[in-house]
Design a binder for this molecule. Structure first.
Ligand code: MLT
Length: 313
């Protein structure tokens, strides 16, 4: 009876609304990517997808919530590379294992990190910014989305490279951090280009460098860090969907198919490209491809974090 009940549940899935947990505040890249795919996926699946912003501890609070949710496809996570790959090396008391407590669904989009400052900072290029920061470390604060977020680690690598000891200001996501860069309360931020584009276009923040191997097609005039003489601090960030471990394969397949439909739809694809984010190429869209990328990043960033001597205060 149990087996037939489960088979029935899978056939009728989803039979009520789906909760999509975004583990950071609204307005940041995780939230923006989640909302674009949720909007399209809800049409494919015929059920509403409700975004729940469960922020805290660089995404690990929201990820823990999904790891412990019923594995029935009605609670899923937008997992950023940071929360899913940095946390094991940073949080000794992590209550979940990002690699073994989830079923991968698929990658939604990836985007490079960009350094932006408030417009009062007297620098228009990375070299000028580095010289100014080194000479005036007390004049600028560095916003981020909490210890272990990509905004934290990316700027930490940059600060270390510049050799400046700066005050870090943690937020519940880079959405609110960016607001304080715009207002001038915070000096600078390293975040995925996805959430920065609208403020860059409005000239409300200054783009200084793209921390990625290539320039961003939406900001062709902004040099890469390597072009500016600072190599080895690049970070391209993926955001992906995950379900609790034990979610039936048929449900994962349905979710993956709806996700792929969303990211290949011309309208949502265009939304991503306009923001400087890129949906994965065809051979990177499966749950298995996400698992491989994820496992490689746990190893890669674990080593970076250990050698950078990053610890939680
Ligand atoms: C991060 O720093 O990992 C993200 O930007 C967090 C966010 O989406 O706000």
């Amino acid at each position: 009876a149990l087996a037939s009940h489960q088979a029935h549940a899978q056939q009728t899935y989803p039979n009520r609304y789906i909760t999509m947990v975004v583990p950071f505040a609204a307005g940041g890249p995780t939230d923006i990517v989640g909302r674009i795919v949720a909007d399209h996926m809800s049409r494919t699946l015929g059920q509403q997808i409700v975004i729940e912003n469960t922020a805290g501890a660089a995404g690990t609070t929201g990820a823990a919530r999904v790891a412990k949710a019923a594995p029935d496809g009605h609670t899923i996570l937008v997992g950023p590379m940071s929360t899913m790959s940095f946390s094991p090396a940073l949080y000794p008391k992590l209550t979940f294992n990002p690699l073994t407590d989830f079923e991968p669904i698929g990658i939604a989009a990836s985007a490079p990190i960009m350094l932006v400052s408030n417009t009062a900072v007297p620098a228009t290029r990375l070299a000028e910014f580095a010289a100014y920061l080194k000479a005036n470390p007390a004049k600028l604060t560095n916003g981020n989305a909490g210890v272990g977020s990509t905004s934290h680690l990316a700027c930490l690598l940059l600060n270390n490279r510049i050799g400046a000891s700066v005050t870090l200001v943690p937020y519940r996501g880079t959405g609110p951090a960016l607001q304080d860069v715009v207002s001038g309360q915070v000096g600078y931020l390293c975040d995925q280009v996805t959430s920065l584009m609208s403020q860059v276009k409005a000239n409300a923040v200054r783009p200084l460098a793209v921390l990625a191997p290539t320039r961003s097609p939406v900001l062709p005039d902004v040099p890469t860090a390597t072009e500016s003489g600072m190599s080895g601090i690049d970070m391209v960030v993926w955001n992906a969907l995950f379900a609790p471990k034990g979610t039936p394969p048929e449900i994962i397949e349905k979710l993956n198919a709806a996700l792929v439909k969303a990211i290949t739809d011309p309208a949502s694809r265009e939304k991503f490209l306009q923001l400087g984010a890129e949906p994965p190429p065809e051979n990177q869209r499966s749950p298995q491809a996400l698992h491989q990328v994820h496992a490689a990043d746990v190893t890669k960033w674990g080593e970076v974090i250990r050698s950078a001597n990053v610890t939680i205060e």
